[in-house]
Design a protein around this ligand. Sequence first.
Ligand SMILES: [Ca+2]
Ligand SMILES: [Ca+2]
Length: 148
Amino acid sequence: MQVKPSPFSDPDEESHAASQWHITATPGDYSSPVFDSGRDTENMEGITTPPGILNDSTTYYWRVRHRDNHGAWSEWSVETSFTTMRLPADVNRDGQMDAADLAAVAAAFNSPAGGPNWNEDADLNDDGIVDIFDLVLMGRNFGGGQEK
Ligand SMILES: [Ca+2]
Ligand SMILES: [Ca+2]
């Protein structure tokens, strides 16, 4: 997941030395954020969270502040929300659609809901059976996923 604020502007025209990014699931409450970049000197224009941090189909809120080269932090930005999407063929929900997901669909193949090999997450089209249609969906999305 990538978030990008409007371009950094420092009223004193100092150079931009670092940023700190916060992501939370509770609007306005950053006391226990799901992601806190700390003082980040690499990702100052936008940030991509590591896989596995954000749940899919979930609304999150983020804010960012910037630090100039004299060590002064800006105010936190206005909170912005975003909603993650469910990747269509990410069975194990690691943000990537790859061989591990294909293997999970294969392991549950031909299994109706509640069957011995049933895996709800492998039923990609949510029709209650893992079959060729789920495999087609997998094939169409294979290799896709979040930016790393
Ligand atoms: Ca996956
Ligand atoms: Ca299915």
